[in-house]
Design a protein around this ligand. Structure first.
Ligand code: ADP
Ligand code: MG
Ligand code: MG
Length: 909
């Protein structure tokens, strides 16, 4: 690649097959700017321009407008001159004007979250020159109309004041359309456009108190500052928070020569994908509009047409449009402009080969010439992500390790949720069909406004179309349904990014925001009515539909198999029942890392015996009650052991404080008193006796087993007997008995003694033995500090990072909600430490505990069983610490398996 000499530091130019930047410079130039430079350098036709770096945005936020404009003024002027030279026209010139676009672009794509201004450089004089130069008066005035509208909205703040208001410019246009009895913007006459411009400027003057700026340079500086400001706009901030992007990244500003898709029937604009972003299928697809500019395609105002003939036919079928009407009104680009189509097809091939990933591109056709305006790695659903990675691998474009690294572990979550039950689907009432914009299944109650998306537990956000303002509501809703817009509409693109089920362009829906109704074929649906969406077919279904469990099949199965090939650290699951254990095994769990025995005690028939045990005043009384619990507990363990078929199972002895088991309501207390033949007062006394000020720091964990050894005895018996029973059935089990909340060595030794002596007693009784382990949780900082002395006796360690986080930070997990949101807001904490393991602090204890333990027992088995075991960055940390396994909830097992493989791959790179 040829490089321009003397690269300026704040402004990077591109144009005419040379560029200062390249695609690797995303942090500095933003994704859009870096890729514009790269495309330019590899010979793709890109209108010339330049990028003001993201660092300037940060400078602006710190130092303010005046300083920053002074710093970039010279460089920007020079860079504009460079565009002028390439284009052979002059910015602000009346006879031969150059118009430009001013585009935002952060290092990661944030579609629609920030602002862009097109057709900049126009005023009352320049527009006349443009009309003469292009010999296209209508085009010139249409561009001017668009410019005032965009600049007014983005730079001058001409936006609707509340959600019921309509856009001030749209209002003026609607008014004129009504008067002129027309529907489309393209039907405005030149005089109409002139009238609109007059009214627009008038509205600006009235609302802002200033005239619309006529000086092109003043317009340019205003737009640059507005783009910087959009980085701190409400939409952008919400999007950043949702994705965990820091505020100090900033946005770049791309200034670029305009190319015009609105010059007439030989011009147009569109968006395309090298593969299907919903399913991952390797088919080129996209949408376009003739005689249109910029956002027209995604704005959902006109019905966009398909780029390929195949796509067009598929679309027509769903939209119930016959072949004659399709060819006449909605032909594909392939049919309408075959030469342009061939070029576009060639460029999409070149770009995908160059970036080795699915590309999402923007293009514009100006009077028969094709220009590419943007390319980026396309956003995709979880299913598409997996399929594309596997396909690229099979095509030989990427290697196995790269394929695995292409998978975002958390995005697999989408594939792990229920889908519509195929049997239930046969009986449903399909009320309408739209475009399958983002696959998946969603059932919920209708809401019509984004800010009401949490009005019910499960909602379907139902709108004519969505806009970037609706982002938060879209995130909260279970599914998104729009009456307008195509496969590249805002709703569709955003929903796919979120992995949320979405149906767009369901033309049969008549949505009335005011009355909060949706009418289909004369039948009215109201807010709160249940509907279901099948995002894979576009079917809109009346009422709720039953769902069924997902499976690890097809490409998903292949990716997981590949993950196991590279992962060295195993993934176990936290499971308290045979059902959970089975789900986890189907998801590939290699054992159970945590069975919480107490969960079994909450079931109806058991809680009674448990309460009896707690209320008993004597050891004898407790033993009696425990005897009732023994068979139940034993059969639970048998079920779990059986489900795991010989894989290791770690069982934790009773952990929670006893007051969690006693009734706190008067009626239940009375019932218990009657059943146990004691007085209500006696029950009440016991309940208040168990009350503690800090129950999480109180009488729980091994402190229970050490004060009531008979509980440990009973639990050990249940575990060992269950294992022996299974052995008789031919299933070998090696239970791992885990002592919770150990802080001192003696706490562990006391428990170990009880466990081993109980086990020996049973072996004698049964004249048979099994192998078992006795280990401990490391969840009290003191245990991590003294891990070497504990490891001399314990067979294994399992880091309980929930309690360890609680005790290291001194935050109560149950009360953190009172200050965490504010801490996150102020940046005192960057993440919730109960979600993402605090590697810096808590991580030290985990590392130290592991190292000290292994120092005395090199083959000490070490794992983690907190919620962190299924969080990708924490899984990576566990790998670097040298753990044998992580354990997480069943539905996160595939995520952890992938994260484990990625950690191993990164470790060898
Ligand atoms: P976003 O990041 O929201 O997609 P863009 O900066 O890409 O915003 O621009 C919005 C729309 O304007 C896109 O459709 C883009 O293709 C179009 N556009 C941007 N710059 C130009 C230009 N120089 N000529 C023609 N169309 C442009
Ligand atoms: Mg764009
Ligand atoms: Mg704990």
């Amino acid at each position: 690649m040829e490089v321009l000499e003397e690269i300026p530091s704040r402004v990077y130019r591109f144009g005419d097959k040379v560029a200062d930047g390249n695609s690797k410079m995303k942090n500095l130039l933003g994704g859009k700017g870096a890729n514009l430079a790269e495309m330019c350098a590899i010979g793709i036709p890109v209108p010339p321009g330049f990028t003001i770096t993201t660092e300037v945005c940060t400078e602006y936020n710190e130092l303010g407008k005046e300083t920053v404009l002074k710093r970039i003024k010279k460089d920007v002027e020079k860079a504009v001159e460079n565009i002028e030279n390439i284009m052979g026209s002059t910015f602000g010139d009346i006879e031969n004007p150059l118009l430009i676009s001013v585009r935002s672009g952060a290092r990661v794509s944030m579609p629609g979250m920030m602002d862009t201004v097109l057709n900049l450089g126009l005023n009352d004089e320049v527009v006349k020159g443009l009309a003469i130069k292009t010999n296209n008066e209508r085009f010139a005035w249409d561009s001017y109309r668009r410019f005032i509208q965009m600049y007014g909205g983005v730079v001058l703040g001409m936006k609707p004041k509340s959600k019921d208001d309509i856009d001030p410019f749209e209002e003026i246009m609607e008014h004129l359309k009504e008067k002129r009895k027309i529907q489309l913007d393209t039907q405005f006459t030149i005089q109409d456009l002139k009238d609109l411009i007059y009214d627009f400027k008038d509205a600006v003057k009235k609302r802002t108190g200033h005239d619309f700026p006529t000086d092109p340079w003043q317009q340019l500086w205003g737009a640059i500052i507005a783009v910087f400001n959009s980085w701190n706009g409400g939409r952008a901030i919400y999007y950043r928070k949702m994705n965990g992007y820091p505020a100090n990244w900033g946005t770049a500003v791309n200034v670029q020569a305009m190319v015009y898709g609105n010059m007439g029937e030989n011009s147009g604009t569109g968006v395309c994908f090298t593969r299907d972003a919903g399913t991952g299928e390797n088919v080129f697809n996209g949408e376009y509009l003739i005689n249109a500019q910029g956002e027209d395609v995604v704005a959902g105002v006109r019905t966009p047409q398909q780029i390929t003939k195949l796509g067009s036919k598929r679309w027509a079928k769903l939209a119930k449009i016959d072949e004659i009407e399709r060819i006449e009104k909605y032909p594909s680009l392939e049919e309408l402009m075959p030469i342009i189509y061939t070029q576009l097809h060639e460029y999409q091939g070149i770009l995908e080969k160059h970036y080795l990933d699915m590309q999402d591109m923007e293009f514009t056709i100006q009077d028969g010439k094709l220009w590419i305006l943007q390319t980026r790695n396309g956003k995709r659903t979880g299913a598409a992500m997996v399929k594309i990675a596997i396909d690229l691998l099979k095509e030989g474009s990427i290697e196995e390790k790269e394929a695995l690294l292409r998978i975002e572990p958390n995005k697999l979550d989408e594939l792990l949720h229920p889908v519509f039950d195929p049997v239930a689907l046969k009986r449903v009432n399909i009320i309408a069909q739209g475009l399958p914009a983002s696959p998946g299944a969603a059932t919920g109650q209708i809401v019509f406004f984004a800010d009401e998306a949490s009005k019910f537990r499960n909602t379907i956000l139902t709108r004519i179309e969505t806009s970037p303002e609706d982002l938060e509501g879209m995130n909260l809703a279970k599914g998104i349904l729009t009456a307008r817009g195509g496969m590249t509409s805002h709703a569709a693109v955003v929903a796919r990014g979120m992995g949320k089920c979405c149906i767009s362009g369901a033309g049969a829906l008549i949505i009335d925001y005011k009355n909060r109704t949706m009418t289909v074929d004369g039948k009215e649906y109201h807010e709160g009515d249940w509907i279901s969406l099948n995002g894979s077919t576009g079917n809109i279904i009346e009422g709720k539909v039953a769902t069924s469990e997902p499976e690890l099949s097809g490409e998903f199965g292949e990716i997981m198999k590949l993950a196991d090939k590279y992962a060295t650290m195993k993934v176990r699951t936290n499971a308290d029942s045979p059902k959970d254990a089975k789900v986890a095994r189907n998801f590939g769990a290699k054992g159970i890392g945590l069975t919480r025995t107490e969960h079994m005690f909450f079931e109806v028939d058991r809680i009674k015996a448990m309460r009896e045990m707690i209320l008993a005043d004597t050891v004898k009384g407790r033993r009696n009650a425990l005897e009732d619990l023994l068979p139940m507990q034993r059969s639970d363990f048998e079920g779990i052991f059986e489900a795991m078929q010989g894989l290791p199972v770690t069982i934790r002895l009773l952990d929670p404080p006893l007051h969690e088991f006693v009734p706190h309501q008067l009626a239940t207390q009375k019932e218990l008193a009657e059943e146990m033949h004691i007085s209500l007062q006696a029950v009440k006394n016991k309940v208040s006796e168990l009350q503690e000020f800090n129950p999480m720091l109180g009488h729980r964990g091994c402190r229970l087993g050490n004060t009531y050894p008979e509980i440990t005895e009973m639990q050990t018996r249940a575990i060992i007997e269950a294992a022996l029973n299974l052995k008789e059935k031919g299933i070998e089990v090696k239970p791992e008995i885990m002592v919770p909340l150990v802080g001192t060595l003696n706490e562990f030794l006391e428990q170990e003694k009880i466990i081993r002596s109980t086990a020996n007693k049973i072996f004698e009784e049964r004249e048979d033995t099994i192998d078992y382990l006795v280990g401990t949780m490391i969840e009290i900082p003191r245990a991590a500090l003294l891990a070497d002395s504990i490891a001399k006796h314990a067979d294994f360690f399992s880091f309980g990072t929930n309690d360890l986080t609680q005790l290291t930070f001194g935050y109560s997990r149950d009360d953190i909600g009172k200050f965490l949101p504010i801490y996150l807001e102020k940046g005192i904490l960057t993440v919730d430490p109960f979600e993402v393991l605090d590697q810096e602090g808590v991580g030290q204890l985990v590392k130290m505990g592991t190292e000290k333990g292994r120092a005395v027992k090199p083959d000490l088995k070490v794992g983690i069983c907190g919620e962190h075991g299924g969080e990708p960055s924490s899984v990576e940390f566990c790998y670097t610490t040298g753990m044998n396994y992580v354990s997480c909830s069943p539905f996160r097992v595939p995520i952890a398996r992938l994260a484990s493989a990625q950690a191993a791959i990164k470790g060898t790179l």
